[in-house]
Design a protein around this ligand. Sequence first.
Ligand code: UDP
Ligand code: MG
Length: 337
Amino acid sequence: MSKPVLTIVVPCYNEEEVLETTIMMLNEKLTQFINDHLVSEESNILFVDDGSKDRTWSIIYKESLYNGKVNGLKLARNVGHQHALYAGLINAKISADCVVSIDADLQDDVNVIKEFLQKFNEGFDIVYGVRDKRETDRVFKKTTAEAFYKFMKKLGVNLIYNHADFRLMSKRAVEELEKFEEVNLFLRGIVPLIGFPSTSVYYNRKERLAGETKYPLRKMLSFAFEGITSFSITPIRFVLFLGLLSFFTSILFGTYFISLKFLGETETGWTSLITSVWLIGGLQLIAIGLIGEYIGKIYKESKRRPRYSIDINTLNLKQSIIGRTVKSGEPNHRELL
Ligand code: UDP
Ligand code: MG
């Protein structure tokens, strides 16, 4: 079997402090893979500059001029990690058989890429890098991140626990990813939806090599919110649930208040007032919840997600074996195979 062309995609935003070391380390790794005949000589590294304001692009550009293995993609403005990574994946898959995405700060272990490649050779289309422990993260980041995974699971969103965006994807997996036309990108949620054979490889996540995190709390919260609202209509359902709850409570309380009235223990006008407050409150929430259900449907439609991805199609298999399309009624077509 011919060796696969690997492209390592690295999104970079204001990474001048760490980038030169990153280029050196990734270049060294890739050269090693090529020398070990693990990947093709055409393999390369694609740095995506996500509208950096520092020297990031000039570092990438200079390197790409004299290093054939290094390529750069400069985005016109800062679009955020997810979109920058997506841009890299889509451009890389044109020439690559498999792509590995990794952050520029090298918190993820580059040595694990070798295991990714082994899994790819075993036939897996998607290999997730999963953090074994979160020892290097601060307690706050660790607990909030873990709570996030649990909460997402409750909302019915299937995420790989403790997996960030360090993963290998085959060409056809990226091609399927491209069919997800949604603009609100949350790759960690979308990639498991593709559904091709996938597996995980475990590693220890390190500290940032240099520079500051580009994900302060504000960005982290908006990322989490993006994840929830891009994948789940459970919050809308919750409104409907509240409405129904309030409506049934109003019936219970209404009966109670009316019975109080007949027992003569209330002020004049109180019964009708309090019963209608509960009833109308409940009915309004139900109405909002119902409208929400429809908005939820529109939201799902507007994503235009692919309904299915084909893993194996025997028709194409037959075609590639005998070099032409086989009609099922054709005599002797079994013998041809
Ligand atoms: N990044 C990016 N665009 C942004 C923010 C971050 O391309 O707007 C890149 C950044 O350069 C890094 C990766 O995304 O390669 C992850 O960011 P960071 O390491 O700061 O996040 P953390 O590991 O702290 O969650
Ligand atoms: Mg990082």
